[in-house]
Write a protein that binds this ligand. Structure first.
Ligand code: GLC
Length: 463
C-alpha cells in the first residue's frame, strides 16, 4: 500500500475553500448583478460552465499505459522501488495497442450510461499517449507507433460523449523534473531555477499541445501534491487554459485552482460540502490493468456506490484499465454492460438530478429532479412491508416505479390537523415491479419538495 498523506489534507483544505468561498451580497449599484466568486467568474457563469458536468453523473476513467504490459502499478511501481526505473521502461517494448478499437471503447462507454470519459494521456511515468514533441511517448518509443488519443477523442465525440483528458503534472522520468522516486530527488528547485523553468515550459507546452490538438472539455490533473501553486504556476496555467477554451472544466488537483473536488476510492460517508465533486473509483483495487488483482466489486455493488454518490449530489468516475493491446478485460466489460441496463431504465432518476432528501427522511439513497417536483427513492432489495418516508411535507400527486410506471400506493398516517408534523408517508411497492438490482420509486409532487425538520416535542394542546 502506498502512503501519500497529503492527499486527504488537500481534500479537506479544498473543502474548506469551497465552503468558505460563497458569494457575498453587495449593496453597491454596480452593473453586474451577479457577485464575483473565484478566479474572476460570477456564480452564474460558473454554474453555466459546470452544467453539463453536474448533469452527467457518470463518467468512465481510463488508465491506459505501458504499466499494463507487466500488469504492475501505474508509475508507482518504480517510484516505490518495487521495480527499477530501467525495468519499468522495458515495458515500452511490449506496448502494442494492436487490438485497440476506440469506436468499441466509446460504444461501451456510451452503453454504460456514462456521459463523459477521462483518458490518461500521460501518467506520472511520463509516457505520453500522443506524439508529444518532448519526453517519452508511445508513437516514438513503443511498437504502438501512432497517436492513441486523437482516435479516441473522435470516437467519444461521435457518440455524443464529453472528452476529459487526464494529465499528471509530475513526470518522474523527465530529466528536468526534480522528483525521481520516493527516495531520490534529482535536484533542489532553489539551487537550479533554470532547470525547473525548463520543466515548466515542457509540461505547460504539453498542455497547450493537448488543447490545440484535441480541444478537451475537461482536463483532469493529478499529482499536484508534489509542489505548491507557486511552483507549478497554477494560476497562470489556469488562465492560459481558459484563454484557449473559456468553457474548459478543470478538476481540483491543480492546487486550489480547479473547479470541482475529486475524492478518491473512498465513497464519502458524509455529503461533501463543495457544490461539485466526483468520486473516482476502481472496479478492483487497481487503476491500470493488473490480471493478478481479482478483487472486483460486483455490478450490484457498483450500482450501490453509484446510488450513494447520486444521493450526495456527486458524479461517479468509474475506472477501467485496458490491456497493453488495447482490449478490455471481460469482467470490466460486464460491469459496464450491467451498469447500462440499470442506467437506461432509471435515466430520469439519475441525469440532471440533485442531491436527495437525506437519511433523516428516507433510509436509503434518493435524488430530486432539478425543478424539485419529483423525488426518487432508491430501494435496494425487497422490503418486507411498506417503505417509510418521514418529515415529508409535500403532497404526493402520484407515486410510481421508475422504468415501468407501475403505480405505488402512497398513504399518510399519523397526521393531525392541529400539528405541523406532516405524519408518516408509507409506500407500498408492488413486488412484481421490483428491479433485480435497485428499484427506484418516483414521487410526483404538486410543488418543489418541502421537508419538515423540527425537533419532536410534547404537544401541549390537542385540537
Ligand atoms: C492517484 C494515483 C494515480 C491515479 C489517480 C487516479 O493519484 O496516483 O495512480 O491515476 O489517483 O485518481
Amino acid at each position: 500500500m502506498r502512503v501519500r498523506p497529503n492527499r486527504f489534507s488537500l481534500v479537506l483544505t479544498l473543502l474548506g475553500l469551497f465552503v468558505g468561498g460563497g458569494a457575498q451580497a453587495t449593496s453597491a449599484p454596480v452593473a453586474d448583478p451577479e457577485p464575483t466568486t473565484r478566479h474572476g467568474e460570477t456564480d452564474g457563469q460558473h454554474a453555466r460552465r459546470m452544467q453539463w458536468f453536474a448533469d452527467a453523473k457518470l463518467g468512465i476513467f481510463i488508465h491506459w499505459g505501458i504499466y499494463a504490459v507487466d500488469g504492475i502499478d501505474e508509475s508507482w511501481s518504480f517510484f516505490n522501488g518495487k521495480v527499477s526505473h530501467e525495468d519499468y521502461l522495458k515495458q515500452l517494448r511490449g506496448f502494442t495497442a494492436s487490438a485497440y478499437d476506440p469506436q468499441e471503447w466509446a460504444r461501451l462507454i456510451r452503453q454504460s450510461g456514462a456521459r463523459y470519459a477521462v483518458l490518461t494521456t500521460r501518467h506520472h511515468d511520463g509516457v505520453a499517449l500522443w506524439d508529444s514533441r518532448q519526453g517519452l511517448n508511445v508513437v516514438r518509443d513503443t511498437p504502438a507507433g501512432r497517436d492513441l488519443v486523437g482516435p479516441f477523442v473522435d470516437a467519444l465525440r461521435a457518440n455524443d460523449l464529453k472528452v476529459g483528458l487526464y494529465y499528471s503534472l509530475p513526470d518522474w522520468s523527465y530529466p528536468d523534473y526534480d522528483v525521481f522516486t520516493r527516495k531520490q530527488k534529482r535536484y533542489a528547485l532553489g539551487a537550479e531555477p533554470q532547470r525547473w523553468q525548463r520543466y515548466l515550459d515542457y509540461y505547460q507546452g504539453q498542455i497547450a499541445d493537448l488543447q490545440q490538438r484535441y480541444q478537451p472539455d475537461l482536463i483532469w490533473f493529478d499529482g499536484d501534491w508534489e509542489h505548491n501553486a507557486g511552483e507549478w504556476q497554477s494560476a497562470k496555467l489556469r488562465s492560459d487554459m481558459r484563454a484557449r477554451n473559456p468553457d474548459l472544466i478543470i478538476n481540483s488537483r491543480l492546487n486550489e485552482y480547479g473547479d470541482y473536488a475529486t475524492p478518491e476510492l473512498g465513497v464519502p460517508v458524509v455529503k461533501p460540502g463543495q457544490p461539485y465533486w466526483e468520486l473516482c473509483l476502481t472496479m478492483n483495487r487497481s487503476w491500470g490493468y493488473q490480471p493478478r488483482d481479482t478483487e472486483y466489486k460486483s455490478p450490484h455493488q457498483i450500482l450501490q456506490i453509484l446510488s450513494q454518490t447520486l444521493s450526495m449530489g456527486g458524479n461517479l468516475l468509474l475506472d477501467i484499465g485496458p490491456k497493453a493491446d488495447g482490449s478490455i478485460d471481460p469482467r470490466q466489460v460486464e460491469i459496464l454492460e450491467k451498469l447500462g441496463r440499470w442506467t437506461r431504465k432509471h435515466a430520469e432518476a439519475i441525469y440532471g438530478t440533485t442531491a436527495g432528501i437525506g437519511l433523516d427522511h428516507f433510509a436509503g439513497p434518493s435524488t430530486v429532479s432539478k425543478d424539485g417536483r419529483t423525488v426518487y427513492l432508491f430501494l435496494d432489495g425487497a422490503p418486507n412491508g411498506d417503505l417509510l418516508v418521514k418529515g415529508f411535507d409535500s403532497k404526493v400527486l402520484r407515486a410510481r416505479v421508475v422504468g415501468g410506471d407501475q403505480p405505488v400506493q402512497a398513504r399518510v398516517l399519523g397526521k393531525y390537523d392541529w400539528s405541523r408534523h406532516p405524519g408518516l408517508l408509507f409506500l407500498s411497492v408492488p413486488r412484481a415491479a421490483l428491479d433485480p438490482d435497485i428499484t427506484v420509486v418516483a414521487l410526483e409532487l404538486d410543488a418543489p419538495v418541502k421537508l419538515y425538520r423540527e425537533e419532536s416535542k410534547p404537544i401541549e394542546s390537542n385540537g
